[in-house]
Write a protein that binds this ligand. Structure first.
Ligand code: CDP
Ligand code: MG
Length: 135
């Protein structure tokens, strides 16, 4: 089954810092994800804590929020057939060491925390995350 969906992508500070945003954007476009909106922003620790609040009980939560607010990020709305699952596949596993060849995290990720990209994990969360950045 296929359906036209939107999902949220974030190019995280480690990738923006290495000027990988152009390459990552063209990777999405080549793989049937159209960039509907894109902006470079720097968020506060409070905003990062709100964005990642589903992880608030995890041991890595504090570091994760520090990290996402540590430098500029690029947030994008991606649209395409099955955009949510397509983007998750293109991203690869959370830990770049476990990510499959050809995925963004395999190509660019530095470590489990500095893993270059975020992508929504469900259509429902995509709507919440898109609304968070693009109201
Ligand atoms: O990003 P993804 O949906 O693949 O993973 P997650 O389980 O939702 O975790 C969110 C983010 O927390 C990851 O992308 C990592 O940057 C970070 N994380 C971490 O630093 N250490 C872990 N053991 C797991 C996740
Ligand atoms: Mg996640």
């Amino acid at each position: 089954m296929s359906s036209l969906e939107q999902t949220l992508s974030i190019i995280k500070p480690d990738a923006v810092e290495r000027n990988l945003d152009g390459e990552i954007k063209s990777f999405y476009e080549k793989n049937n994800l159209k960039i509907i909106k894109s902006k470079k922003v720097k968020i506060s620790k409070e905003e990062a804590s709100e964005f990642y609040k589903v992880h608030q009980t995890k041991p890595f939560y504090g570091e994760l929020c520090n990290y996402l607010s540590s430098g500029p990020i690029v947030v994008m709305i991606l649209e395409g057939e099955n955009a949510v699952s397509n983007n998750r596949q293109l991203m690869g596993a959370t830990d770049p060491k476990k990510a499959e060849d050809g995925t963004l995290r395999k190509m660019y990720g530095l470590s489990i925390d500095k893993n270059s990209v975020h992508g929504s994990d469900s259509v429902e969360n995509a709507k919440i995350e898109i609304n968070f950045f693009f109201k």
